[in-house]
Ligand binder design. Structure first.
Ligand SMILES: *Cc1c(COP(=O)(O)O)cnc(C)c1O
Length: 228
């Protein structure tokens, strides 16, 4: 097994001291690997594939808080809406409407983050600042079964830390601008294995870390822009 318990404990206490929530990204990793971190106390886990999340959730302890961090298709919402802790990558009204509709069936409220496009790469998912503002000013407050509780973003995949820093700073600026008293926006999800320290310096309060905890993912898994 490739789980790095020592790294986990070090990172976890470093994050705890800064009041930053750790989402352990377990995509492609086994039930045994996840249980290993669970047994060290980890409860927040992140997955990118609906099918994978559904299969793992069925086999793992019920007090795990599952985060969906991939690109969610509307036709898959119903498979996770009843138990997911937080959906990080919402980037359209259409998707919010569908989440609302599915959550309404069980009278629940699903927590969502709106994904903001901050990287230079064209292909990353997410809303630009104008689209985000429009969405927040639209009729979403009428959606009784979704709670938009923050923003999520991914920096460019580059070794240029200056660029990464600038992108995270931009997202933090947007977050602060939109975070009025009654906005309900409290979570800023930014930072992964390679850039979480920069993200926290720039104001992140939730990081999504995979490879530092679980080891590198296999090369077989072709990764798209959302890490799939
Ligand atoms: C895979 C993934 C991560 C974790 O990436 P690591 O580099 O392994 O830490 C974080 N966020 C998203 C959206 C991902 O797809």
């Amino acid at each position: 097994m490739a789980v790095n318990s020592e790294a986990y404990l070090t990172i976890k206490s470093w994050l705890d001291a800064r009041a930053v929530t750790l989402v352990a990204v377990s995509k492609t990793k086994s039930i045994e690997d996840i249980l290993e971190l669970y047994n060290l106390g980890q409860r927040d886990f992140g997955e990118n594939y609906v099918q994978e999340l559904v299969e793992k959730a069925a086999q793992l302890p019920k007090d795990i808080r599952w985060h969906f961090i991939g690109h969610l298709q509307t036709n898959k919402v119903k498979l996770i809406a009843t138990y997911v802790q937080l959906i990080h990558g919402v980037d359209s009204l259409k998707l919010l409407n569908e989440i609302n509709k599915q959550a309404a069936k069980t009278n629940s409220v699903v927590n969502c983050l709106l994904q903001v496009h901050i990287a230079q790469e064209e292909t990353k998912f997410g809303l630009d600042e104008k689209e985000l503002t429009e969405l927040l000013n639209s009729s979403i407050s009428a959606l009784q079964n979704v709670r938009v509780c923050g923003l999520m973003g991914m920096a460019s995949f580059t070794a240029d830390t200056g660029t990464v820093k600038k992108e995270f700073r931009n997202l933090k600026r947007i977050f602060e601008r939109l975070r009025t008293n009654d906005s309900g926006l409290t979570i800023l999800s930014m930072g992964m294995s390679a850039d979480y320290k920069i993200a926290i310096e720039e104001g992140s309060n939730m990081v999504r870390i995979g490879s530092l905890l679980f080891g590198e993912r296999g090369k077989k898994q072709t990764e798209n822009q959302n890490g799939r």
